[in-house]
Ligand binder design. Structure first.
Ligand SMILES: Nc1ncnc2c1ncn2[C@@H]1O[C@H](COP(=O)(O)OP(=O)(O)OP(=O)(O)O)[C@@H](O)[C@H]1O
Ligand SMILES: [Mg+2]
Length: 254
């Protein structure tokens, strides 16, 4: 799904933002990336989405080819403000399908089904301003999963939510991934979220961003956020990931 080899990236030709990144995302795999602010996580996702110009001579392949902006094989979900304020929940959820040429009736049927699936049945005609932030992120999830894109790029999609809503949406994402086989590259600052959701957690160092750890998460699926709270392996893996992140800070300071 994604194949990045020894990638170096600099925006100004002087300061390196990404340094020697090797990353392989296999089909059906869920990788979480964590690391200090400014280490290049969003840049990495933007690169995969075709939003950053590919540096010459670098090897970044997404679904077997260099990244292409607007590919219908890739869906991108952000932390906030990704809905169009003048469109209803239904029109927002159907948007990704419509721009990809799916007939209106079919797009609306799929969007209606997905809004129900994310717990927003009855809110089809609400505008984003009439929805809470958590509800807006549910609409964004509905839009993301309404599209048949095999690769999902998610940049702190639950980052700006309160703790309770965050846990609910993590659980919903676990279920959606269970029902629809997708490959996911998921950026988060929340290590518990990374361990709960992912098959592998990648830790980056502060700028220039290097990969300093790649931890396999040995938790079975299906998972539920509630069950994980009392799972020793979950807490053990969390502690392991935390230690790597801490090493990254020390490494930087040293
Ligand atoms: N388009 C751009 N032009 C110039 N510099 C950029 C551009 N995009 C990002 N940068 C720089 O690249 C570095 C990495 O930024 P990026 O947004 O990828 O970090 P991040 O890991 O996502 O941080 P955060 O956790 O705060 O979201 C930063 O120093 C940023 O200033
Ligand atoms: Mg970012």
């Amino acid at each position: 799904m994604i194949d990045i080899r020894d990638l170096n990236l600099s925006f100004d030709g002087v300061n390196r933002v990404l340094d020697g990144i090797n990353l392989e995302l296999k089909s059906g795999e869920f990788i979480a990336i964590a690391g200090p602010s400014g280490c290049g996580k969003t840049t990495l996702l933007n690169l995969c989405a075709g939003l950053v110009e590919m540096p010459a001579g670098e090897h970044v392949h997404v679904l077997g080819a260099p990244p292409k902006l607007g590919s219908d094989k890739v869906a991108y979900m952000l932390a906030r403000d990704s809905l169009f304020p003048w469109l209803s929940a239904l029109e927002n959820a159907a948007f990704g399908l419509k721009v990809r040429g799916v007939p209106m009736a079919e797009a609306h049927d799929k969007a209606t089904e997905m809004l129900q699936r994310v717990g927003l049945g009855g809110f089809e005609h609400a505008l984003p301003k009439a929805l809470s932030h958590g509800m807006r992120q549910r609409v964004a999830l509905a839009r993301t999963f309404a599209m048949p894109a095999p690769l999902l790029l998610m940049d702190e999609p639950f980052g700006a939510l309160d703790a309770q809503t965050k846990l609910q949406l993590q659980d919903l994402l676990l279920q959606l991934c269970q029902e629809n086989q997708r490959s996911v590259l998921f950026v988060t600052h929340d290590l518990a979220e990374a361990v709960a959701l992912a098959d592998r957690v990648i830790i980056m160092s502060s700028r220039p961003g290097r990969i300093i750890a790649d931890v396999s998460v040995p938790l079975e699926r299906p998972r539920s956020i509630r069950a994980l709270q009392t799972n020793d392996l979950f807490h053990h893996t969390y502690a392991q990931v935390w230690k790597h992140l801490e090493e990254g800070w020390t490494h930087h300071e040293g």
